[in-house]
Design a protein around this ligand. Structure first.
Ligand code: ADP
Length: 391
């Protein structure tokens, strides 16, 4: 494998890994250590022959899990490690080489991502201890959106909240929006104006003009914006006070309901999974049908709003588990934007799923399905940084 980069995404109870070569045709060694910290912790992955394997992880802290992951790399030696870091605050506008100073700066943004950044950093620390001589790079979900202009990132709140506490819109899913918009540029042969819709368990939209994010639907936290699997997306900001006053809910309860019990799951009363909902809706489940309807309308509404950030609209790109695999959702989103002049090619749309890339319009602004590749993007940014250092 040529100059492979090890990509690590360390969460609170899982570590995703992928060994990514610089040749797109080389299969990746990839997998997931999960249920860390609980009984039944295990490592699942794919080897170079495409076979899957599962191993149990007896002492399942991140360091032990990372050692087990190293054992699955089949003797390949990464040239660098790229870490996914959720929040880079305002300091990190691109990927950076990790040193003690960068670790301290990521620690300083902990208040903005209390669930994610500490877990990401545990992975960084354990990996640095295992590979003290290997360059390690932090790639931030927020960095791609640091090009937002102030009118897109400021909330209409007292200035001191921004100045003293960093309360502003940051945006997330940056590696995904960066990857699919760059791919759309390459496929269309232009530096375009794209609206990208990352629709997975987490969902966000982004307006990208000539390779730069100009606005995005997520904000201070990944809760803002679209309806997601279990997250509510936008609600009236007065809702929190209302729930506290009228129902006596604590902050923790409000947080839990908006993040874990809402979205597709809350609306349908059935599931956060689009496949289950499509099936149930087809069988007459009213909640599932409503959940899909609200989901699609909100995607369209968000795309229409974000179109204000583009001087010209060249097209829309769908990605993420739903964006890549649910033709009916794409059809509904397109139908909910009648004034955009979109013309869907229904046959190509129906045939484009399961990791296939394709153009699905029959005229008007372009419509693309482009599989996301967050690991590939993290590896690319890591490699670019290492090459710059050696130039
Ligand atoms: P994550 O954000 O966790 O990475 P994914 O991008 O894998 O999640 O997206 C998960 C979502 O994609 C789920 O709602 C799942 O139902 C949906 N999905 C995956 N395959 C299909 C399919 N064939 N049809 C409809 N939805 C699908």
């Amino acid at each position: 494998m040529h100059a492979p980069v090890l990509v690590i995404n360390c969460g609170s109870s899982s570590i995703k890994y992928a060994l990514v070569s610089d040749s797109p045709d080389t299969p990746r060694l990839a997998g997931l250590a999960e249920r860390l910290g609980s009984p039944g912790a295990r490592l699942r992955g794919t080897d170079s022959g495409g076979e899957t394997f599962t191993r149990s992880l007896p002492e399942a802290d991140p360091a032990t899990a990372l050692e087990a992951i190293l054992g699955c790399l089949e003797g390949q030696h990464p040239v660098a490690v790229g870490h996914r870091i959720v929040h880079g605050g305002e300091r990190f506008t691109r990927a950076v080489l990790i040193d003690d100073d960068v670790v301290a700066a990521i620690e300083a943004t902990e208040a903005l991502a209390p669930l994610h950044n500490p877990a990401n950093l545990e992975g960084v620390k354990a990996t640095r201890a295992l590979f003290p001589d290997l360059p390690q790079v932090a790639v931030f979900d927020t960095a791609f959106h640091q090009s937002l202009p102030p009118h897109a990132y400021r909330y209409a709140l007292p200035e001191a909240l921004y100045r003293d506490h960093g309360i502003r819109r940051y945006g997330f899913h940056g590696t995904s929006h960066a990857h699919v918009s760059a791919r759309a540029d390459a496929l269309a042969g232009i530096q375009g104006g794209w609206l990208t819709a990352h629709l997975g368990n987490g969902c966000s939209t982004c307006a990208v003009w000539q390779g730069k994010s100009r606005d995005t639907s997520m904000g201070l936290t990944p809760l803002e914006g679209l309806v997601m699997g279990t997250r509510s997306g936008d609600v009236d900001p007065g809702l929190h006070a209302h729930l506290a006053r009228q129902l006596g809910w604590t902050l923790a309860e409000i947080d839990r309901v908006l993040n874990r019990d809402s979205g597709l799951l809350g609306l349908s009363g059935l599931s956060n999974d689009m496949r289950t909902l499509e099936q149930a809706a087809a069988e007459g489940h009213a909640g599932a049908a409503l959940a899909i309807e609200v989901f699609c309308y909100r995607v369209a509404k968000s795309l229409a709003a974000l179109s204000c950030a583009l001087p010209r609209l060249d097209g829309i790109v769908f990605t993420g588990g739903i964006g890549e695999n649910a033709p009916r959702v794409r059809e509904r989103v397109v139908a909910a934007l009648p004034h955009f002049g979109l013309v869907l090619d229904t046959a190509t749309n129906a045939a484009t799923a399961h990791g296939r890339e394709g153009r699905i319009d029959a005229g008007g602004p372009q419509l693309w399905v482009i599989p996301t590749d967050e690991e590939g993007r993290i590896a690319l940014e890591t490699r670019q940084l290492i090459e710059e250092r050696h130039a």
